[in-house]
Design a protein around this ligand. Structure first.
Ligand code: CS2
Length: 490
């Protein structure tokens, strides 16, 4: 695309919202690891608003552990980017100034370590996706995870998140620098506690004095994060250009809705995120369960069944009357697993979710959501399914989703077109399915036996096995579209 690159706030049309502060007058106080679309549409926006309202040296140094694309797009723009908010009544653009620059750690490890160790860094936040942590649901380190094994063997040259955190915290301890708060913003259950457990175990393997120091001084608030943010496309860049008049290689697009619930437990200060609309709470868990089970669980259900029945986007799923009914059914089943949450009506939350999913201005791909199923299913579906089973509720909605995921694991559509599973356990999935062919019982058996996936009590339940197997047989014999219809007639 030809035109002037976005590098400053000069020359932007008056109608475009921009930082309500002068970005370069504010120092950085946060390092964010995993600088992707979601961070740019969520935490960076809250920080941008908080800076405008309350000031402070709280800008963000972004970091990518693997790729270099974010640094290459953002640094020539002085960290500025356009965020498009899309809804039925049109697209609005806002320029975000909260990010100062981005470090590509794969090219410059020492720059990331220096940023993490700097006394000015008081919070290290992260969105690296579920698969990057290398922490099992039990809280134990996954000693088969490539980054964990590498970093335990080479603690001074980390490549993974936990390795970097522990190295930096150790250097701060040795230099008598106050620690930073570790703020996980991924869709993991009890995300703060989980990262704390991983960091402490890793540190303990290095030096027990270090793990004691971390345990005494570092806080790991849990968070619930929510904003539907599809991957940017060429349309995003084109629309950013037509609205702002500038070429923006780092533009992102998102929905109007946004929610952030944060456990208020910061060991070294925080921006005024509360003034920017975040909810600071004592206990995040009820919000997290609601969001993971209702929004994300339903997302996974519609992603597998939608993708395999030819629906490329969530909005197409919602326009299909059969799938829309399954969405409704799943939302109801998921909400039945929740404890009441003061001030929140789950039925209204479900209504709002249906509107958000149906947003015709957002093209959120079912294939994108289908990615990394082994990392997502437990907290979204399997635990709520087990709880439903234990209170003798109706597990049909969960069994349907598990069957659809198993069908997806075969890696080919009903017409035979192959696709990549895009799951970190892809090799293991294909290997365990190699001899199962199209036999639903064999497929279910093989997948239920995968280590560290299904809760043992669920895998051992005959009710669950039968419910999944009968649905998977139908999906294989009569194709996904017919299975969806049959599911509604059961
Ligand atoms: C989605 C989430 O891709 C997925 O797995 O369910 O990214 C979802 O869009 C966000 O959590 C919404 O906040």
């Amino acid at each position: 695309m030809k035109g002037t690159r976005l590098t400053s706030l000069d020359g932007l049309p008056q109608t475009i919202a921009r930082p309500g502060y002068t970005p370069h007058e504010h120092g950085a106080g946060i390092v964010h690891i995993g600088l992707g679309a979601f961070h740019k549409a969520h935490q960076a926006v809250y920080t941008d608003t908080a800076l405008a309202i309350a000031g402070g040296d709280w800008r963000i140094i972004g970091a990518s552990l693997r790729g270099t694309a974010a640094a290459e797009a953002m640094n020539p723009q002085n960290g500025l980017y356009t965020l498009l908010e899309r809804d039925t009544d049109g697209t609005k653009a806002r320029i975000i100034g909260a990010i100062s620059h981005v470090i590509a750690a794969s090219r410059d490890r020492s720059a990331l370590v220096a940023a993490l160790v700097a006394p000015s860094t008081r919070i290290v936040s992260m969105t690296v996706t579920e698969k990057a942590y290398g922490i099992l649901r039990s809280g134990k380190l996954d000693l088969t995870h490539p980054a964990i094994t590498h970093d335990l063997a080479n603690p001074h040259e980390p490549v993974g998140l936990i390795g970097y955190l522990v190295l930096a915290l150790n250097q701060r301890r040795l230099a008598s620098t106050a620690p930073f708060t570790v703020l996980c913003c991924d869709n993991l259950p009890d995300n703060g506690l989980l990262v704390k457990a991983g960091v402490l175990e890793f540190a303990d393997r290095m030096d027990t004095g270090l793990s004691r120091w971390i345990s005494d001084h570092v806080t790991f608030p849990s968070t619930m994060v929510d904003r539907i943010t599809p991957a940017a496309t060429s349309r995003t860049t084109e629309d950013a250009f037509s609205l702002t008049g500038f070429v923006d290689q780092a533009a992102e697009e998102t929905e109007p809705f946004s929610q952030w619930v944060i456990e208020d437990k910061f060991c070294n200060g925080r921006p005024a995120w509360d003034k920017a609309g975040a909810i600071l709470a004592n206990d995040v868990r009820p919000y997290e369960h609601m969001k993971l089970r209702m929004l994300n669980g339903t997302h996974s259900m519609l992603a597998y069944s939608g993708f395999l029945s030819g629906k490329a986007t969530v909005r197409e799923v919602m326009a299909d009357p059969h799938l829309a009914r399954l969405v409704e059914r799943h939302l109801t089943a998921a909400s039945a697993t929740l404890h009441p949450l003061r001030g929140v009506d789950f039925a209204r939350y479900a209504e709002a979710l249906k509107m958000r999913f149906a947003n015709p201005a957002i093209a959120h791909e079912t294939y994108q959501i289908a990615m990394d199923g082994t990392q997502k299913l437990p907290q979204r579906l399997l635990i709520p399914c087990l709880e439903t089973l234990q209170r003798q509720g109706d597990i049909a909605p969960f069994a349907f989703t598990v069957a659809a995921w198993m069908r997806y694991c075969l890696g080919r559509k009903d017409d035979g077109t192959p696709y990549a599973l895009r799951d970190p356990r892809e090799g293991e999935l294909s290997a365990c399915l190699a001899d199962a062919g199209e036999d639903a019982a064999l497929i279910v058996d093989a997948l239920l036996r995968l280590p560290n996936l299904f809760p043992p009590a669920l895998a051992a339940s005959d009710n669950f096995r039968t419910a999944v197997t009968s649905r998977l047989s139908l999906m294989l014999e009569r194709k996904m579209s017919a299975a969806i219809q049959a599911e509604l007639e059961r």
